[in-house]
Design a protein around this ligand. Structure first.
Ligand code: MV4
Length: 464
C-alpha cells in the first residue's frame, strides 16, 4: 500500500496549515485553495501549489464543490482533506469526490449521514446499549406526540433539531404551556437553518459537563479511543477552553466512557477519526449526545496528551493502512489545555476583524501554537474568528495551568481585539483552578459582574 503523492487541502486558516504540516512530514505534496481575498494567507504560502477557487464569500469558495473538484483534477491531487467546518461533514461532497476518483480523507458517506441525523443516531446507539438521556424514540412528528413524550419523561425537556448542532433549533421547555410555541419555533428555526424541520426530545439536564471522546477507526474492524476531552468551558455553544484529561475523570470513568465511544463507533461501522460527544451529570452519569464526523478544532489537546498525530492517522487510514496503534499502546501522559484565541472583543465576544500590526507567539517548553496569523495579516470578516489555538502540556493540571498563564502573558497580538484577556481571567478564577465548572460557567462568571454584558451573538463559526 502507498500513501498519496498529492493532497488538496479544502480549507483555510490554522487547520489548513495543520494538514499541510502533516503532509510535509509524510512526504506528500500539498495543494492549497483560496478565495480572492486570501492570496496572502499563510496556508497558501506553505503549500506546494495553490489554486484560487472563487470570491470571498464561503458559499462561492470554500463551499464551492465544483470549483474544488476542478482544482483537484487540475493539480492531479489524489485525495482531499476537508479539515473541519465547510464541506467536512457533507455526504454529497464525499460522494462527489468518489465519483471523481478522488479519495475523501474522512468518514464514509453513511457515517456522515448518521452523524447528521441526530434523532437516528440516538435511536440506533440506544438500541446498542449506549446510555442516552431519557427522551423520544427517534423523531417527534407532531406537537401532540411532543406533549405525550414530555409528560412521560417529565419537565424540563429539551427539543432538538435532528439536523442540528451548535445549539441552533434547540429549545428548553420548563412547563406544559411553553411546549406548543417552543415546538413550532424549533421547527421553523430548524427548517430555516438546516432545511429540515425534524425534531426529537430529551429530558433537560441542568449543570452538565460536556465531555467527548476521540476515536480512530480503520474501517477494518479496528477501533480505539484516545481518551476524553472536557469541553465544558463554552459560551453560547462556542467552546473556549478544552482540556484532557477531564478534571472529574477517574480511571474507572475513563474506561467506561471510552468503551461507550468505541462501542458507538463499531455500531455505526465508523471509519477514520471522529468524536463521540457525551454529557455528564453531577452524579457522573454518562449520556450519549452526538457524533462529530470530522477532525475537531480541539484535537491538539489529545495529540499532546497521547503523542498520536491525529491528522497523519486520518491520511493513513484513507490510504488504506490499518491503525498504527493498539488500545494498550495508547498511554495518556500529563495534562493538556487549549485556549481558543478569537479575533473578538473579550468582554462582549463580538468579532474584531482587521489588520494584525504586531504578533509575537509564546514559546518555550510545553507550548504549541496552531495559527495562520502573522504580523501584517488582515483577519477577514467573512470567516470564523479563530486566529490561534494556544495549547500547553504539563506533567499535571497545576503545571499545565501555570504554563498556560505564562504563555498567555507572553502572547502579543496588536491591532485587533482578541480573547486573550478573557482567558487570563478564567485562569485566575478559583473555581476553574479547582476544576469545578460546567457548561454554565461562563454565563455565571458574566452574571457575577466579572465579564461585562452578554447580549451579543458570536460570529458564525466553522466548527459547530
Ligand atoms: C443537552 C443539555 C441538557 N440536557 N441535552 C448543547 C449543544 C448540543 N451539542 C447539546 N447541548 C445540550 N444538550 C440535554 N438532554 C444541555 C446542552 C447544552 C446547552 C443547552 C442549552 C443552552 C446552553 C447549553 C450549553 C451547553 C450544553
Amino acid at each position: 500500500m502507498k500513501l498519496f503523492k498529492k493532497i488538496l487541502v479544502a480549507n483555510r486558516g490554522e487547520i489548513a496549515i495543520r494538514v499541510i504540516r502533516a503532509c510535509k512530514e509524510l512526504g506528500i505534496k500539498t495543494v492549497a485553495i483560496f478565495s480572492d481575498i486570501e492570496r496572502e494567507a499563510l496556508h497558501v504560502r506553505l503549500a506546494d501549489e495553490s489554486v484560487c477557487i472563487g470570491p470571498a464569500s464561503a458559499a462561492q469558495s470554500y463551499l464551492n464543490i465544483p470549483a474544488i473538484l476542478s482544482a483537484a483534477e487540475l493539480t492531479d491531487s489524489e485525495a482531499i482533506h476537508p479539515g473541519y467546518g465547510f464541506l467536512s461533514e457533507n455526504p454529497q461532497f464525499a460522494e462527489a469526490c468518489a465519483t471523481s476518483g478522488i479519495t475523501f480523507i474522512g468518514p464514509t458517506p453513511d457515517n456522515l449521514r448518521m452523524g447528521g441525523d441526530k434523532a437516528k443516531a440516538r435511536q440506533v446507539l440506544k438500541r446498542r446499549g449506549i446510555p442516552v438521556v431519557p427522551g423520544s424514540d427517534g423523531p417527534v412528528a407532531s406537537e401532540e406526540i411532543a406533549m405525550k413524550t414530555a409528560r412521560k419523561i417529565g419537565f424540563p425537556v429539551i427539543i432538538k433539531a435532528s439536523a442540528g448542532g451548535g445549539g441552533r433549533g434547540m429549545r428548553i421547555v420548563r412547563e406544559e404551556e411553553e411546549l406548543s410555541p417552543a415546538f413550532h419555533m424549533a421547527q421553523r428555526e430548524s427548517l430555516a437553518a438546516f432545511g429540515s424541520s425534524e425534531l426529537y426530545m430529551e429530558r433537560y439536564l441542568p449543570s452538565i459537563r460536556h465531555i467527548e471522546v476521540q476515536i480512530i477507526a480503520d474501517g477494518k474492524g479496528n477501533v480505539i479511543h484516545l481518551g476524553e476531552r472536557d469541553c465544558s468551558v463554552q459560551r453560547r455553544h462556542q467552546k473556549l477552553i478544552e482540556e484532557a484529561p477531564s478534571p472529574i475523570a477517574t480511571e474507572k470513568f475513563r474506561k467506561k466512557i471510552g468503551e461507550f465511544a468505541v462501542r458507538a463507533a463499531k455500531a455505526m461501522k465508523y471509519k477514520n477519526v471522529g468524536t463521540i460527544e457525551f454529557i455528564v451529570d453531577q452524579d457522573q452519569n454518562i449520556y450519549f449526545m452526538e457524533i462529530n464526523t470530522r477532525v475537531q478544532v480541539e484535537h491538539p489537546v489529545t495529540e499532546e496528551l497521547t503523542g498520536v498525530d491525529i491528522i497523519k492517522e486520518q491520511i493513513k487510514i484513507a490510504a488504506g493502512f490499518p491503525l498504527s496503534y493498539k488500545q494498550n499502546q495508547i498511554k495518556p501522559s500529563g495534562h493538556a489545555i487549549e485556549c481558543r484565541i478569537n479575533a473578538e472583543d473579550p468582554e462582549r465576544f463580538i468579532p474584531s476583524p482587521g489588520k494584525i500590526t504586531f504578533l509575537l507567539p509564546p514559546g518555550g517548553p510545553g507550548v504549541r501554537v496552531d495559527s495562520a496569523a502573522y504580523t501584517g495579516w488582515v483577519v477577514p470578516p467573512q470567516y470564523d474568528s479563530l486566529i490561534a489555538k494556544l495549547i500547553v502540556h504539563g506533567k499535571n493540571r497545576e503545571d499545565a495551568v501555570a504554563r498556560m498563564k505564562r504563555a498567555l502573558d507572553e502572547f502579543i497580538i496588536e491591532g485587533i481585539k482578541t480573547t486573550i484577556p478573557f482567558h487570563k481571567k478564567v485562569f485566575n478564577h478559583p473555581e476553574f483552578l479547582k476544576g469545578n465548572f460546567n457548561t454554565d460557567f461562563i454565563e455565571k462568571m458574566a452574571e457575577s459582574g466579572n465579564n461585562g454584558n452578554k447580549t451579543t451573538e458570536a460570529a458564525s463559526n466553522q466548527d459547530e
